[in-house]
Design a protein around this ligand. Structure first.
Ligand SMILES: *Cc1c(COP(=O)(O)O)cnc(C)c1O
Length: 361
C-alpha cells in the first residue's frame, strides 16, 4: 500500500520522470532546438488550429491520414525515400510510439534488449508494459561491437531490440552493417530510435534505407528535437505495414487530438523553416566537442545536438556550479559524465564561461 492506495507493488517508492523544469536563463538540458518558430510558422500553425477548432465537437481522424501523408512528404523531401501512408504511424511523441510498440510486441513474459548506456526512458516503457528490460554494454567509447551485439541477441532472444542511433546520452550513431546484423539475428522486432537523425554528420546513414529489406525493422523519429516542435508532442514510426497494423490494435482510440494533427500538418508544411538552424547547431556541436577536448576534458563524438563530456570526480558539483551560474545541463549517463544540449551562440558562450569558472583549466 502507498498512502493507503493499492498501488502496483513495482511502482511503490518510485519518482516520476525526471528532468528538472527550472526557470533559469540558459536551459541546455533536454535537447530541444533553442530557436522558437518564426512568425510565419506561428501564423500557419495558428490558422490550422483555428480551422480545426470549428469541428472540435467531433472526434479527430482516428487514422490521422492527412498527417501521415504530410510525414511521408517530409521524409521524401528530407531523405529522398518514399513511404506510403500505410507504413507511417504518428503518436504523441515518439515516447508514445515506443510504448505502443512494446504493448504490441513486448508484454508479460517477453524481453527487450538495449545497449547501455542509452536512453533513460527504455526501462520505464518496459516497466509500464510488463516487458523485461535487459542491457548489453557498449564499448568504452560508446560504440557497439557487432560480434558482441549479435552474441547478446542470440543469448537473450529478445522480442524487441532497442537501438538509439544517434544514441542518447552519448551521441553515438551506429553503422548500418550493425543494424543489418541485428535484423538478421534477432527473433523479434528491431526498433532503431532516430530521434536525432536530422543532426547526424554527413555520411552517417539512416536505418530508413533498410526498411525495404527487413519486415521486422521499425525506425522511430520525432518532431521534438531538430524539428523544433517539442511542445507539439508528435513522433512517428516508419516500418512495413504489418507493424503499423499491430500498433493500431493497442493504440487508444483517437489518441492524437485534432489540434495536434492540424498543428503538425502545418508545421510539416514549413519544414525548411523549422529546420533552418540545424546546420548551425551541428557546427556548434562540433566546435563544442573540440573546445571541451582542448580543455583537457573527454567529449564523446556526437551525431546529435548534445555533447556528453567529463570525466569528473564529482559531476554533481560541476552540474550545480553551472546551475548556480544560470546554466542548466543534464546529469545523466555514465558516472562522472554530463550532457549539454546545443543552444544559441549566446547560450553557448554563457555555458563556456560558466564551465571555465567551475572547472578551471
Ligand atoms: C528525446 C528523445 C525521444 C523523443 O521523445 P518525444 O516523445 O518524441 O519527445 C526519443 N528517443 C530518444 C532517444 C530521445 O532522446
Amino acid at each position: 500500500m502507498s498512502g493507503g492506495l493499492p498501488l502496483r507493488q513495482d511502482l511503490v517508492g518510485l519518482q516520476p520522470y525526471g528532468a528538472p523544469q527550472l526557470t533559469v536563463p540558459v536551459r541546455l538540458n533536454v535537447n530541444e532546438n533553442p530557436y522558437p518558430p518564426s512568425a510565419e510558422v506561428v501564423a500557419a500553425v495558428t490558422d490550422a488550429v483555428r480551422e480545426a477548432a470549428a469541428s472540435l465537437n467531433r472526434y479527430p481522424d482516428r487514422e490521422a491520414e492527412q498527417l501521415r501523408a504530410a510525414i511521408g512528404s517530409y521524409l521524401f523531401k528530407q531523405e529522398a525515400l518514399s513511404f506510403p501512408v500505410s507504413c507511417l504511424w504518428p503518436a504523441n511523441g515518439s515516447n508514445e510510439v515506443m510504448v505502443q510498440l512494446l504493448q504490441a510486441f513486448g508484454g508479460p513474459g517477453r524481453r527487450a534488449l538495449g545497449f547501455a548506456p542509452t536512453y533513460s526512458m527504455y526501462p520505464d516503457y518496459c516497466r509500464d508494459t510488463f516487458t523485461e528490460y535487459l542491457t548489453s554494454p557498449r564499448n568504452s567509447d560508446f560504440s557497439m561491437d557487432a560480434e558482441a551485439v549479435v552474441q547478446a541477441v542470440q543469448e537473450t532472444q529478445p522480442d524487441v531490440v532497442l537501438v538509439a542511433s544517434p544514441n542518447n546520452p552519448t551521441g553515438t550513431a551506429v553503422d548500418l552493417s550493425l543494424i543489418r546484423a541485428i535484423c538478421e539475428s534477432a527473433p523479434g522486432v528491431v526498433v532503431v530510435d532516430e530521434a536525432y537523425a536530422e543532426f547526424r554528420r554527413s555520411g552517417t546513414p539512416s536505418a530508413l534505407s533498410l526498411i525495404q529489406d527487413f519486415p521486422q525493422l521499425v525506425v522511430t523519429r520525432t518532431l521534438s528535437k531538430a524539428f523544433a516542435f517539442a511542445g507539439g508532442r508528435v513522433g512517428y514510426l516508419v516500418s512495413h505495414e504489418a507493424v503499423v497494423d499491430a500498433v493500431r490494435l493497442v493504440r487508444l482510440p483517437y489518441h492524437l487530438s485534432a489540434l495536434t494533427q492540424a498543428a503538425a500538418i502545418a508545421a510539416l508544411e514549413h519544414s525548411s523553416d523549422l529546420l533552418a538552424r540545424v546546420a548551425d547547431l551541428r557546427t556548434t556541436r562540433d566546435e563544442t566537442v573540440e573546445w571541451l577536448r582542448s580543455r583537457g576534458l573527454h567529449a564523446a563524438d556526437s551525431d546529435a545536438n548534445f555533447v556528453l563530456f567529463g570525466i569528473f570526480d564529482d559531476a554533481t558539483a560541476v552540474w550545480q556550479g553551472l546551475l548556480d551560474r544560470g546554466v542548466l545541463i543534464r546529469q545523466t549517463g555514465p558516472q562522472g559524465w554530463l550532457r549539454v544540449s546545443m543552444g544559441t551562440p549566446e547560450e553557448m558562450a554563457t555555458f563556456r564561461q560558466a564551465l571555465e569558472e567551475v572547472v578551471p583549466a
